[in-house]
Design a protein around this ligand. Structure first.
Ligand SMILES: Nc1nc2c(ncn2[C@@H]2O[C@@H]3COP(=O)(O)O[C@H]4[C@@H](O)[C@H](n5cnc6c(=O)[nH]c(N)nc65)O[C@@H]4COP(=O)(O)O[C@H]3[C@H]2O)c(=O)[nH]1
Ligand SMILES: Nc1nc2c(ncn2[C@@H]2O[C@@H]3COP(=O)(O)O[C@H]4[C@@H](O)[C@H](n5cnc6c(=O)[nH]c(N)nc65)O[C@@H]4COP(=O)(O)O[C@H]3[C@H]2O)c(=O)[nH]1
Lengths: 250, 148
């Protein structure tokens, strides 16, 4: 009941004992399972779920220590965003993407940026491949190794225009929500900025991005609707994200 | 299409609320079962708290890259009420007073949570079927619109 929970908070905020804090941690720890599940979706298997949960628990403890019950807002909402922030921060700092993939992604993104500026339109696969000194097949394979799905990838998408937090990002300027990519994405303003950028893209990329970000389909479902293979949809999505990022950061 | 979108938005709200409570129920089951084990094997509650990362991730699945959706809003969502108040199963202070819970109550709570989790999963699955059908319809029209 609400009264019992209020008492748990009073015990901790008045007495500050580790025993009282432990009771709050136990009571609210299911929130960590919820958040960790959402952040984990789409992450590679080498990232252990138990690690995500333990980063999340630190976020929960932080939220418990900082929460002011007198303030009148709901603890769950506050805790969920701190837990998510803690997990994402930790993933950023351990740089969860293998270095070689990171390097390839940067090279491809630079190629798109450069060609867009020179050609004043979206470059074709052939042009991007030539710019990178790859065959079209090699480019397709490389695109297949990079993927941008899930909460952490959304975070990286919204930080277009900033290399690892060195400057203002699209996400920061709009939502002011710091590390909550989902909240940033949910804001009306951000959805408009993204929609405008997406509408200016070539047909197929625009469809994939619209169906993924605005209609909530999975890449597999998009593949079904478009009549293309899953790996092909993955490549189109990755390519589209590079193009989107280069437009968002100009 | 606007009506389809409105219907989908409503279903998504309910789906989000169901998924949230389903995860909480799963977490509570995992913690209570760990407590059950702790009582059988000995060990402190403090150790159990340290062990939460393993406890809360043991059963967890993860979707692959192609089966992942854009992240839904991370809020508890709309309120859900059952006539017998079973939504309290994921909100009460059982976990806070874990060691004080009598053995038989521990077991009966685990059973009730299992039943509740199954029910939430079933309702959630049905919502997915509706949402996926509506999304499929909207997507088909968008693809057709682009082609035409
Ligand atoms: N990609 C993806 N697939 C999904 C999702 N939800 C359900 N599925 C798929 O549908 C199967 C049945 O799910 P369920 O009826 O909810 O039935 C589930 C649920 O009742 C329960 N369960 C699932 N995850 C957990 C967990 O983390 N902890 C606990 N205690 N139980 C869980 O175990 C049952 C079997 O789970 P699975 O073997 O994983 O099998 C799951 C999984 O393959 C989703 O959000 N994303
Ligand atoms: N329209 C529609 N929506 C769907 C469907 N399946 C899941 N969702 C919703 O989309 C969220 C993200 O799903 P996910 O990317 O598969 O990401 C899932 C998945 O990776 C994992 N997960 C949850 N339950 C299961 C399960 O039973 N088995 C497995 N293997 N993974 C699960 O945890 C993540 C978060 O789960 P939730 O918090 O429940 O959040 C889920 C749920 O609210 C579907 O078929 N149609």
């Amino acid at each position: 009941s609400a009264a019992e929970i209020a008492e748990l908070w009073r015990d901790y905020k008045d007495g500050g004992t580790s025993h009282a804090r432990e009771r709050l941690i136990l009571h609210y720890s299911p929130l960590v399972k919820f958040v960790a599940g959402r952040v984990a979706a789409g992450l590679p298997q080498n990232i252990e779920q138990s690690d995500l949960v333990s980063y999340g628990i630190f976020g929960l403890i932080d939220a418990i220590d900082k929460f002011d019950p007198g303030r009148g807002y709901k603890f769950e909402t506050y805790a969920i965003s701190r837990i998510k922030g803690a997990i994402i921060d930790e993933l950023r700092s351990i740089d969860w993407v293998p270095r070689s993939v990171r390097a390839k992604a940067r090279a491809i993104e630079r190629a798109y940026s450069k060609l867009e500026n020179e050609l004043r339109r979206s470059p074709e696969d052939k042009e991007v491949a030539t710019e990178l000194g790859l065959t079209e097949d090699e480019l397709a394979t490389t695109l297949g190794q990079i993927s941008f799905v899930g909460v952490v990838a959304l975070d990286e998408l919204l930080s277009a225009g900033s290399e690892r937090g060195s400057g203002a990002t699209v996400g920061d300027t709009i939502a002011g929500s710091g590390h909550d990519p989902v909240a940033a994405f949910e804001s009306e303003e951000m959805r408009q900025v993204l929609a405008d950028a997406i509408n200016r893209m070539p047909d197929r990329e625009r469809l994939v991005l619209t169906l993924y970000y605005y209609e909530g389909l999975t890449l597999a479902e998009i593949g079904n609707v478009l009549g293309v293979t899953e790996s092909r949809v993955c490549q189109i999505h990755t390519k589209a994200i590079f193009q989107l990022r280069s437009r968002l950061s100009e | 299409v606007d009506e389809l979108r409105a219907m989908k938005a409503e279903c998504n709200d309910v789906e989000n609320a169901l998924s949230y409570r389903r995860r909480l129920a799963q977490a509570r089951i995992e913690i209570l079962e760990a407590e059950h084990e702790r009582r059988a094997l000995g060990g402190t509650v403090e150790d159990l708290v340290k062990d939460l990362p393993r406890i809360l991730s043991a059963e967890s699945g993860r979707s692959s890259i192609t089966d992942t959706r854009v992240p839904p809003p991370d809020s508890p969502g709309v309120e859900l009420h059952w006539p017998d108040g079973r939504e309290q199963l994921v909100a009460d202070t059982t976990l806070a007073h874990l060691p004080l819970l009598p053995d038989d109550e521990l077991e009966s709570t685990i059973e009730r949570l299992h039943a509740f989790e199954r029910e939430l999963s079933e309702l959630r699955h049905r919502m997915h079927e509706v949402i996926d059908a509506v999304e499929g319809e909207i997507a088909e029209r968008q693809v057709a619109g682009t082609a035409g």
